[in-house]
Design a protein around this ligand. Structure first.
Ligand code: PLP
Length: 409
């Protein structure tokens, strides 16, 4: 009899975005004259910059040419791209990362999900709450959690680290020692960040406890403040305890093109049952070579162009466009009397619902009264209850219109 991985049965169906879509469709059907503004989903809306599109077109032409055609590429990514990553994302910030520590992939979602392959089922996992759901669900699938508790909205055997206005969205160092610690900074969904001193505490904690930090910096390109680290490796000692995940998705409009990378430093070690040190870089390389066949040449040529002079200028224009939207939302909400967080170093604005309203009640009110769609905070974890996420990825016109509506009522 064929048996399934029963851990999948522990997963909670994610109704978040499907419920939102259903509610919006229903409202729109009953109110066809109303213009609904969607500030809910975390996807880019501006097209890829010309420098990137041109590089990809050239790559397609190369593929047409019998002398330049390429088949399978290296599983870890082409050297031309990995060199650009090392030079631009690390060396320019004074960080020494070697090319064989960089693994190009088709997304940070896959990498943050696949990384669990390297770790024992016995490891204890710590996640922030609210959280980007991939970290949690991939550990559920691979058997690192207990059952889901309907009462608390939490899984057994996971260390939840609440992040809310009371702790200024800085997770506390867990009292119960975790092995794998997920940190997402700048954060999705809260849009908040930690500065270097705050992050240093985590490096020290991980060292002391022989834990590992899985650091997702998919939104680093949106950082505007000086003392906010773009990479965890800006902090001394991080190479011994952290894996970093980066993505071209939000940085350069690649959500539909698919390119990202993960840095696994050679200093980074984990242990066998007997306490023998093992290089995680080697394990990840082995895992990728076995299960992954690389990102398309055309895509990697596009990613390379992100680092060209024009590429940099053009992606900056898009990021500035989104961050101006973020400013408009922050200021608009403030004027309308809301308490807001984030939106300065990230394209997400996290707001406290008025009068401690439940996140979904606020969703309904925003949709029916103001015809604006956002994301209920509770969809990202129990500590998201009473909060709500708006994104800066809308058009300027819609963003301004949404804030006008909120300020009038
Ligand atoms: N990490 C975080 C925190 C995200 O919010 C997202 C996308 O929304 C991703 C990773 C996924 O990135 P990618 O498109 O590279 O898979």
């Amino acid at each position: 009899m064929i048996k399934i991985n029963e851990n999948f049965l522990k997963l909670q169906d994610s109704y978040l975005f499907s419920t939102i879509a259903k509610k919006v469709a229903e409202f729109q059907e009953n109110n066809p004259d109303k213009k609904v503004i969607k500030l809910g989903i975390g996807d880019v809306t501006r097209p890829i910059p010309k420098a990137i599109a041109d590089a990809m077109k050239n790559a397609v032409e190369e593929m047409e040419n019998p002398n330049e055609f390429k088949g399978y590429g290296p599983e870890q990514g082409y050297e031309f791209l990995r060199n650009k990553i090392v030079e631009n994302d690390y060396k320019k910030r004074g960080i020494n990362i070697e090319i064989d520590e960089v693994f190009v992939s088709d997304g940070a979602k896959c990498d943050t999900g696949n990384i669990v392959d390297l770790f024992s089922k016995d490891n204890k996992v710590a996640i922030t709450d609210p959280v980007y759901p991939v970290y949690l669900d991939t550990n559920v699938m691979s058997g690192r959690t207990g059952e889901y508790n309907d009462q608390t909205g939490m899984y057994d055997n996971i260390v939840y680290m609440p992040c809310n206005s009371e702790n200024n969205f800085e997770p506390e160092l867990p009292k119960q020692r975790p092995d794998m610690i997920y940190l997402c900074l700048p954060n999705n969904p809260t849009g908040t960040v930690l500065n270097k001193n705050q992050l240093k505490k985590w490096i020290d904690y991980a060292k002391e406890n022989r834990s590992i930090i899985l650091f997702d910096s998919a939104y680093e390109a949106f950082i505007t403040q000086e003392d906010i680290p773009h990479s965890i490796y800006e902090i001394e000692g991080a190479k011994e305890v952290a894996i970093e995940f980066r993505s071209f998705s939000k940085t350069a409009g690649f959500t539909g093109i698919r390119c990202a990378y993960t840095v696994v430093p050679k200093e980074l070690k984990a242990y066998t049952e007997k306490g023998e040190e093992i290089s995680l870089n080697k394990l990840w390389n082995r895992r990728q070579c076995t299960k992954f066949n690389g990102v398309s040449y055309i895509t990697q040529k596009g990613a390379e162009a992100v680092y060209s002079e024009n590429g940099q200028k053009q992606i900056k224009e898009n990021i500035e466009y989104y961050m101006e939207n973020a400013r408009i939302i922050r200021e608009g909400l403030k004027k309308a009397g809301y308490e807001t967080f984030g939106g300065i170093n990230a394209p997400y604005i996290w707001l406290k619902t008025p009068n401690n309203m439940k996140s979904w009640d606020f969703f309904d009110e925003l949709l029916t009264k103001y015809n604006i769609v956002g994301t209920p905070g509770v969809g990202f974890g129990p500590n998201g209850e009473g909060y709500f996420r708006l994104t800066a990825f809308g058009s300027r016109e819609n963003t301004i219109e949404a804030m006008k509506r909120l300020s009038k009522l």
